[in-house]
Write a protein that binds this ligand. Sequence first.
Ligand SMILES: Cc1ncc(COP(=O)(O)O)c(C=O)c1O
Length: 413
Amino acid sequence: MPASPFPVTDSSRYSFVPGSSPAPTIIGGEGCFLHTADGRRILDGAAGAIVGNIGWGRTEVTEAAAAVMSNGYVVPLWPTPSRLALHDELVQHWLPEGFGHVFFTSGGSESTDSSLRLARAYQVGKGRPDRWKIIGRHPSYHGMTTGTMAVASHDGRQRGYEPLLLPFPKVSWNDPEEVLRVIEREDPATIAGFIVEPITGAAGACLTASDHYWQVVSDACREHDILLIADEVMTGYGRTGLKFGHQHFPLHPDVIVGGKGLGGGYLPLGAVAARDEVAEVLRTNGFMYFTFTGNDASCAVGAKVLEILRREHLVERAASQGALLGARLQAELGQHPAVIEVRGRGMFYGLELKCSKDSVVAAALEHDLWVYPAGSGPVRDAIIVAPPFTISDAEIDQLVGTLRTVLDLVHPD
Ligand SMILES: Cc1ncc(COP(=O)(O)O)c(C=O)c1O
């Protein structure tokens, strides 16, 4: 593990918000472990923030970034070899047929926010300026811009910002009749898009709607030319055991949004891909980019991460090794008194809890295990377990065993 070029110093000044609890200073990572300045090895049971799909310490990735970083900044309108490589990798090997257009960003929120703007631009481009609403779901999370907060439903992260947030209509995560009712009530002639997480992440901890629900959503969007946006920031790029989460269901998006695992956690990167017919509509008015759209080093990282996923068959591994993880979580913790439900697929599991998620996350960290806090609305407390796809059998044992110890401690009866 390469040493940091910077010294380890007192970390107490690091918190942006005063009074946050102290956290370990991380000096590096290897495989599924994070190394702390005081010599601990933390099992990364959530791949950071569900980003480290290929695990840590991949020098191949850092070399790809280093090779282009000294070239300097290139305006997003101009291609570079890294931008082209990532674009081609995505179009040729990852995106469904007919998705030949990709817009790069620096992460999940920028991507989902761009997808809302895209839905609006598409409708205006089609001569329908009255269409501005985007339907979202309860519960859901799409990022921390004011636009993405408005379209999502995550009470903890939205609280207090309400006057800033547009009153976008919401439907529940699993009621197909309600979807039809809300579309009628709002009037399809005012609706630009419908954004969904194929499997709910931070807000719902792996809630999965029925096939019937997805069929109804897809059919209704097609009937009314409402742009159907799959927010695959968490579920994309292999996390659920297929390339994209929506591919498990009769869910047929017009736009696919990615972030997190696309850059493997090595550099900030997101991407919005659109069906060709959708992108075609933008031809007249264009689509303004961000200053760091297509950052060269980020694109080099993304292209390399995706190449590694394919070369090492890691999406298939997320399915097979993920099935093992899911079976172990279910067997060891499914009946635990602290657990309401274990759910999920691939390398992506939610444990809905009867006790406080914060105490479970804190106790896990004391036991050198990192799991991700989740939950909102109907899912009050939950954690997400989503390690790198490379996790071994022994590491799965360690993860599940530690979680059992932690839940026994936090919820002893
Ligand atoms: C489904 C989903 N969309 C969007 C985002 C926002 O991504 P970011 O935090 O990279 O801005 C997240 C982050 O957790 C997410 O899970």
